[in-house]
Design a protein around this ligand. Sequence first.
Ligand SMILES: O=P(O)(O)OC[C@H]1O[C@H](OP(=O)(O)OP(=O)(O)O)[C@H](O)[C@@H]1O
Ligand SMILES: NC(=O)CC[C@H](N)C(=O)O
Ligand SMILES: [Mg+2]
Length: 504
Amino acid sequence: MCGIVGIVGATPVNQSIYDALTVLQHRGQDAAGIITISDDNFKQRKANGLVKDVFDSKHMQRLKGNIGIGHVRYPTAGSSSAAEAQPFYVNSPWGMALAHNGNLTNATQLRETVAVSRRHINTTSDSEVLLNIFAAELDKMPNSNLTPSNIFTAVGEVHRKVSGAYGVVSLVIGHGMVAFRDPDGIRPLVLGSRKTESGDMEYIVASESVGLDTIGFEVMRDVEPGEAIYITEDRQLFTKQCAEKTSLHPCIFEYVYLARPDSTLSGISVYEARLEMGRKLGAKIKREWADIEIDAVIPIPETSNDIALEISVELGIPYRQGFVKNRYIGRTFIMPGQTQRRKSVRRKLNAINAEFKGKSVLLVDDSIVRGTTSEQIVEMVRDAGAKNVYFASAAPQVRYPNVYGIDMPTADELIAYNRTDEQISDCIGSDKLIFQDLQDLKDAVQKQNPDVDGFECSVFDGVYVTGDVDQHYFDYLASLRNEDAKVIQEQKEELASLEMHNES
Ligand SMILES: O=P(O)(O)OC[C@H]1O[C@H](OP(=O)(O)OP(=O)(O)O)[C@H](O)[C@@H]1O
Ligand SMILES: NC(=O)CC[C@H](N)C(=O)O
Ligand SMILES: [Mg+2]
């Protein structure tokens, strides 16, 4: 779940892309990048780090042009080396750049086909593979000047060849911006527009609606699964459904944790969905824990705040803010490597002793994945003198790997894998633990949009909507992505990294 944005404007887009990336920062903290087109050339700046650290004013000045794309990265394939920061670009045909949110499930096979078409891939990133597949398809088009129809045909071929999850924004020099979304609509993508003071229309495509409204764009609609959006450099908008078969199966984890609460994705407000998760879980606690006395409902900041509030209302028990969050530490779950994640929980959250001393508390989190947060929080709360520590998770047990853009490729790193609820509770040190039921979670999210065909819930039920994920693939991922291999690979790649045309 990276954050992507692309803008075709009537005036320079550098600042708007930068601003959009700052509000999409929660989707990726590892690296950031922007590519613009100026005088039929790319201007690029990308590096590891947060948006505010990657772009100095000198970079911003050089990122000229009225059309550009940006990316904030949370690595889920390849390594977290600077060479794999996005957007990627290729010189041919025309000069193309691409930023990708998601993860491909057939990147390894695709690499071979790319090699056959005599294109070179420089990194281990699946997104660079995706760019080359798209570039190879555009290269097959007969006209020296691409038509919208050529572009849509190429996107159709990409859909046929590529499997997995992808929200994409891309640039073709001399032509415009092309955006498209995977045929199952797993990753989100939103289209918007704004009118300049002189009456010119400008267009934007971004991962979340919050990337639009905070910079003065209005949401037009979601990009449909399989659909492509082409906006020419002179801001003509073309759209077409390019996939043969589509369904809308948004990733349910976007609503649980990934997206910002002030976003609306696939017609569903993330905030409203979280409130409903709280109501459903509150009702379950009421049913199943009728004999348990709780003095306060306490969220584990920040994502679970809204959920805990509704649980407190449902139970008629006070909501208390028992933790102070250090606003200068990012999200721990999307940090690379377990050591960093573990260290960051303590630095990020601190208990207010008065809220815990001698009390029976219900701690609420949106999810328990590796248990990194919950284990340390329960310990902290006990140290603060809590009498009883109960724990509620607004998501069900996470027992299966994710292959669509969340970095959890192996089951054995998940605390719920092969464990009963009692065993999980023992591991995190709580007195009692309760999980949301999957059906309740689905109902909570679907409530606002009954037209959704279903949700991509694989981390909870092991059902992978693209249909090409099996044990063989998991074994392959495990061999590729165990933590040690990752560190070694990163070191190697850092040495070999080519920072081509980067504005340093
Ligand atoms: O079981 P774990 O592996 O620890 O993962 C789950 C935790 O990680 C996330 O918090 P995070 O700190 O990333 O972000 P937040 O501030 O948005 O809650 C999530 O909200 C849970 O608290
Ligand atoms: N989380 C994402 O969307 C990651 C995109 C891409 N797979 C990468 O690792 O860079
Ligand atoms: Mg959290």
